[in-house]
Design a protein around this ligand. Structure first.
Ligand SMILES: NC(=O)C1=CN([C@@H]2O[C@H](COP(=O)(O)OP(=O)(O)OC[C@H]3O[C@@H](n4cnc5c(N)ncnc54)[C@H](OP(=O)(O)O)[C@@H]3O)[C@@H](O)[C@H]2O)C=CC1
Ligand SMILES: O=C1O[C@H](COP(=O)(O)O)[C@@H](O)[C@H](O)[C@H]1O
Length: 504
């Protein structure tokens, strides 16, 4: 097991939703599972005024760990502190620095500090600058790391300027850009499935793969994040970041070793090989956006996107995005990739489906079934892997039906405790492992691919299709997929999958 050195974690934006809902619960779980170092403290920082005690109560309440054993909660809470910034982030950090030094000495944190930026991104550079002014980026006495929350920019240009801004104060090796999908066990397992086995990789190319499909669906709407989402949309919120990271893991070549830089170099090459779409006709044909409309789901009325709190009533922000694209390299030439992401779908699910080609020569009459050889990587929920293949129907003749080979993580029993993404990522940063964090050039490559789609949509010529909340997106999205194939219906139970469904 890797060592976690003594350290102090300073969270900027500690009065916000992410701190209470994700960060503190992840820290609590790490504490309970004995992953935190012997000497450790957390300092929450924000503009709002709060005492240490008020901060502890607030995060405990919102983190919903109050139902846990009192002894644990009390011991964990003693590690939490709070410092307000007198209503502003861009101020002299003299008092903040004094508090940091005080906690560092009292709790023997060995001058090792992580600064977690969980504020609006517009403040990231100012925070880095003010920390630097107090020498808090200096690694002579102990390491200093900066974890940066998404979004990393709004476009290629803004991402570049954010990276340049952070690089003025912190080295790239000190910066950890969070993409919580990389923290998911099943996403990491893509690497293991591909590179720890000899049975998949020989087929992992254009000779055997017909197309690749990725679905990321959420049943929820924008909830309390309408203000943020309306400026973002599905393509920026999910596709540019999480889903292109998934694509990179599917597309990449085998790295020389599991070393962070080797893996990130290969992911970067993969992202660079995505074929840019710039011709409006190509963009029109290969991208689809939609927005959810008011509807009823299981008898309950659901608002349309434009009626959501903090959303412009005339908004053209997409809540559904589907993109078809190609990867221009030796391995993937001519293999279409279909990626869709949306809110207000029938269920919450993320899966990658590798569709294999049919055998070159059919000798069984109903061997159409063979067309459906598929490898399904279920990212969430029902985490697992399923292989679909043709089997003989018992009896005379050679009728073929579909069989399944399936693996579910839960079958691993107690061993299968899947660390929540933020738990895993925080622990990795505490141990200085950046493998599961996005590097500056990867983020920029992902924006380079996404920008022309966003520009095309912004021009307003591209249609935006409405879809009723609770269905699989606009019907028009079916036309994206070539030939007789359709989007897989991920609602079907993995093992009993009856096949494709026509999207409503
Ligand atoms: N919540 C989530 O599920 C996710 C959030 N993120 C990212 O994490 C970061 C934090 O998100 P979240 O906690 O949801 O955001 P919140 O709006 O809930 O909190 C933002 C925090 O930043 C502080 N803040 C400082 N200046 C401003 C300002 N000008 N406007 C608004 N807040 C300000 C707020 O506190 P105070 O006013 O006291 O200073 C608060 O502590 C963002 O970058 C977001 O994109 C990423 C993925 C998911
Ligand atoms: O980053 C984000 O991710 C969530 C979805 O994450 P998941 O782990 O629940 O799949 C999404 O709801 C949110 O809009 C986005 O900002």
């Amino acid at each position: 097991m890797r060592k976690t050195e003594n350290q102090l974690l300073v969270i900027f934006g500690a009065s916000g939703d992410l701190t209470a809902r994700k960060l503190v619960p992840a820290l609590y779980k790490l504490y309970k599972d004995k992953h935190l170092p012997e000497h450790f403290a957390v300092l929450g920082v924000a503009r709002s005024f709060m005492t240490d005690e008020e901060f502890r109560k607030r995060v405990a309440l919102e983190s919903k760990y109050l139902d846990d054993s009192e002894e644990f909660i009390a011991a964990f809470s003693e590690k939490l502190f709070y410092e307000d910034l007198h209503k502003k982030y861009d101020v002299d950090y003299r008092e903040l620095n004094e508090r940091i030094q005080d906690l560092n000495t009292t709790y023997q944190c060995d001058n090792n500090i992580i600064f977690y930026l969980s504020t609006p991104p517009s403040l990231f550079e100012a925070i880095a600058k003010n920390l630097t002014a107090k020498g808090l980026n200096d690694e002579r006495l102990g390491w200093k790391r900066l974890i940066v929350e998404k979004p990393f920019g709004y476009s290629l240009e803004t991402a570049k300027s954010l990276n340049e801004g952070l690089h003025r104060y912190f080295k790239e090796s000190q910066i950890y850009r969070i993409d919580h999908y990389l923290g998911k066990e099943t996403v990491q397992n893509i690497l293991v499935t591909r590179f720890a086995n000899s049975i998949f990789e020989p087929l992992w190319n254009r000779d055997y793969i017909h197309h690749v499909e990725i679905t990321n669906a959420e049943s929820g709407g924008v909830e309390s994040r309408g203000g943020y989402y309306d400026k973002s949309g599905a393509l920026r919120d999910m596709f540019q970041s999480h889903l292109l990271q998934l694509v990179a893991l599917i597309v990449m070549e085998p790295p020389l070793s599991a070393n962070p830089e080797e893996i990130r170099n290969e992911k970067m090459k993969a992202l660079k090989s995505l074929r840019l779409m710039t011709d409006p006709k190509v963009l029109e044909k290969n991208t689809i956006r939609g927005q959810y409309l008011a509807s009823e789901i299981e008898g309950e009325k659901v608002k349309g996107y434009r009626e959501e709190v903090d959303v412009d009533p005339d908004s053209t922000t997409e809540t559904y995005a589907a993109v078809k694209f190609y990867v221009d390299n030796w391995r993937w030439a001519d293999v279409p990739f279909y990626v869709r992401t949306a809110k207000r779908m029938p269920t919450k699910v993320t899966e990658v489906v590798i569709h294999f080609k049919s055998p070159h020569h059919q000798i069984f009459k109903n061997s159409d079934m063979n067309k459906d050889n598929k490898l399904i990587i279920r990212i969430q929920p029902d985490e697992g892997i399923l292989v679909k293949f043709g089997v003989k129907v018992p009896g005379q003749g050679f009728a073929v039906e579909r069989g399944n080979l399936d693996f579910y993580y839960e079958s691993l029993g107690d061993e299968s405790h899947i660390m929540e993404a933020y738990e895993r990522l925080l622990l990795d940063a505490m141990q200085g492992d950046a493998t599961l964090y996005a590097r500056a050039d990867e983020v920029e490559a992902a924006w380079r691919f996404t920008d022309p789609i966003l520009d095309h949509w912004k021009k307003g010529d591209a249609k935006i299709y409405g879809y009723s909340a609770g269905v699989w997106g606009p019907q028009h999205a079916d036309e994206l997929i070539e030939g007789k194939s359709m989007w897989r219906n991920p609602c079907e139970n993995l093992a009993d999958d009856a096949g494709y469904c026509v999207i409503e």
